[in-house]
Design a protein around this ligand. Sequence first.
Ligand SMILES: [Zn+2]
Length: 364
Amino acid sequence: MNPIAQFSRTYAEARAKFQSAVRAQELSVEAHGLPDRHGIDGEPLAMDVAHLGLPDASGLLVLTSGTHGIEGYCGSGCQVALLRDPVFVDAVRRARIGVLFVHAVNPHGFSHGRRVNEDNVDLNRNFRDFSQPAPPCPGYAEIHPLLLPPTWPPPEDGERRLAELQAARGERAFQAALTGGQYAFADGLFYGGLRPAWSNLTLRAVLRRHAATRERLGWIDFHTGLGPRGHGERIHAGRDLPGDLARARVWWGRDVTSFHDGSSTSAPVSGIVTHAAYDACRGLELAMIALEYGTVPLPEAFAALRADHWLHLHPTAPDAQRTAIRRQMRAAFYDEADDWKLKVYMQARKAALEAVTHLAAEYA
Ligand SMILES: [Zn+2]
């Protein structure tokens, strides 16, 4: 199995490779179609789900990709390669556990090359308790008009003002204000939405169906865009509960980072996808990480996100500008070089095999 060949250039190709890898294991794909929307080439969009291993095993490993749309190129490649990796498939069968593959949590963003969903919502800020008031975002409100000015590229005086604010607040506080999740600017960046998105409701239903009766659950959510190129940072993706962080460190190593204690490259965020496990599977022992792979330096990733949001607000932008911004997004969240793909897969495989070992050991 050549891992590099399992990665794709389009959502449609990724979906076909996933379906074919699932069928090669004589498994079936559960397709949850996104209603009333289409992909960039008019193709249907879906959250595809497959289950490998024992359906009633007490231990379950959940693998999700494309929570952030365009980041799905990375996670899809890893999922397809794992399905085609005899060492991984054998390990799952011998451990007598189940593995739930969720391909394209956000199929619209995946196909259209955006990090957000069909309604400009950052799904990894959407899994909050909407019966509670939204957290305020004064830090974001101040920079919103500077982030998305009427013209692009952004005017120099605005960029200067942004740099001053960044210097005054400090790098880390600025990142937290920008990326932490905001619920007031529907056209803005890192917007968490006002209600559970389709992907949120669909993923929760998938978890209720496949995970509700398990006793132990491991979860790896694949991401890109933060950290050194090709390095997979394992970021604790559970709540700020000492037991859950400790379990993640037992499974995946002491260098599992956490935004709760400031050790991760990601700033604290609200409403992340994996928190659905706490509602869908009560009483479970949980160990969850985001596997976050570096692509380009952080300022380049932010610049790409701003340009993408600006383009979304200016659909009549010239073709050349549209093409350039789409290319910029792609480079910020997916690296098409073979060495990157190989490095990414080897770390995914290691993390997945470690989870299988711990789910099996605790089963015994
Ligand atoms: Zn992400």
